[in-house]
Design a protein around this ligand. Structure first.
Ligand SMILES: *Cc1c(COP(=O)(O)O)cnc(C)c1O
Length: 244
């Protein structure tokens, strides 16, 4: 594969997002290095994604298994995260690729991942997705069920529960995105803090996107998932190799 030089536009976008994370970390008395920037590359072609990786964003997130699988061999030097909903019939395509799976929200899915990880003789790293806003359009377990789900999943073989993830509800039109999202991020942090004494491995908080990453970093995000601010507006559908 030929690697194009990183365009000035991509370099500037990466610098802008890095500066936003650094400023938010600074304001919160945190270190920017403690916030992993995940570039959400869904719909975008590998040539652009490679530029973002070459500009220093080595972690990439996709929300569809098929699209992720199609891209993994097209982009070099990247680490991948599955950030979307995962159906049980796709588990076989996920385990064994060294992904971090952010969206585990039910016991049946945790068990499927564990079974497959045992078969493949790998450890599958996961985050438990929590629907802190009780948003009917979003995946995630209820806040009151987090502890049971974490306890269940961490007792399954070959599964490593490394933290929690959430997607807050969309802000109503005209409302400030940061102010709207912040209490949801605070709720996830509080849930993690309550788990830590019993489950010290549940450290990560995957929260914050292009519009609200400052609020997430202020509330302790250790991973932010940023698409539009890095890659520009999304295409109309998933990227497919045969169409590109
Ligand atoms: C698309 C997506 C993002 C990125 O959203 P932007 O607003 O473009 O930054 C983050 N998290 C998840 C789960 C997504 O599906």
């Amino acid at each position: 594969m030929s690697r194009a030089a990183v365009s000035a536009e991509v370099r500037a976008a990466v610098e802008r997002v890095r500066a936003r994370v650094a400023d938010a970390a600074d304001a919160a008395g945190r270190r920017a290095e403690d916030v992993l920037l995940i570039g959400v590359s869904k719909t975008h072609p590998p040539a652009l994604i490679q530029q973002v990786v070459d500009a220093g964003v080595a972690d990439l997130g996709e929300n569809r298994v098929q699209e992720l699988v199609a891209k993994v061999d097209e982009v070099v030097d990247a680490r991948w995260h599955l950030i979307g909903r995962l159906q049980r019939n796709k588990v076989k395509d996920v385990v064994g690729r060294r992904l971090l799976v952010h969206g585990v929200d039910r016991t049946s899915l945790a068990r499927s991942l564990s079974n497959r990880a045992v078969e493949r003789e790998v450890v599958q790293r996961i985050l438990i997705q929590v629907n802190v806003g009780d948003d009917p359009d979003k995946g995630g377990c209820h806040l009151r069920d987090v502890r049971d789900l974490v306890a269940y999943a961490r007792d399954l073989p070959n599964l490593a529960v490394e933290g929690l993830m959430t997607i807050p509800p969309m802000p109503p039109a005209g409302q400030d995105a940061l102010a709207h999202a912040r209490p949801h991020f605070a709720a996830l942090r509080e849930a993690r803090d309550e788990l830590l004494p019993d489950f010290p491995e549940v450290v990560h908080l995957s929260m914050g996107m292009s519009a609200d990453l400052e609020a997430a970093v202020a509330e302790g995000a250790t991973m932010v998932r940023v698409g539009t601010a890095l890659f520009g507006p999304r295409g109309s559908g998933p990227w497919r190799k045969d169409v590109a």
